[in-house]
Write a protein that binds this ligand. Structure first.
Ligand code: SF4
Length: 104
């Protein structure tokens, strides 16, 4: 039976299945390595407490990727994309010299 009801019952289920099957960016891209040239340029570290304060004096405790405006994940996601590093994910507890506090 092909009817409007049949269509309306199945399309939302199919759409939901596609959303579940699609990997999120945090799973699709590799972690940004601290020794990658782009990361070294801005002093990226996976643990903000290990930021090189001599080389990057702008760092202050409390600055982490989680509360950076360029972090594209939720605070509950330990790894997420960052606008600064395409095709990589950064650590939510990380930091780099491009940190810009999220306004909200
Ligand atoms: Fe983390 Fe922000 Fe630097 Fe990206 S720009 S690595 S989110 S501190």
């Amino acid at each position: 039976m092909t009817s409007r009801r049949w269509f309306l019952q199945r399309v939302p289920v199919g759409g939901a299945a596609l959303l579940v099957a699609r990997p999120c960016a945090a799973q699709a891209y590799p972690h940004l390595g601290e020794s990658e040239p782009r990361a070294l340029e801005v002093g990226y570290v996976e643990d903000a407490a290990k930021a090189d304060r001599q080389k990057f004096p702008k760092y202050t405790p409390g600055q982490v990727c989680f509360n950076c405006d360029l972090y594209r994940g939720k605070p509950t996601e330990p790894w997420a994309p960052c606008t600064l590093f395409p095709r990589r994910v950064v650590a939510g507890k990380g930091w780099c010299d491009a940190f810009r506090r999220r306004s909200v």
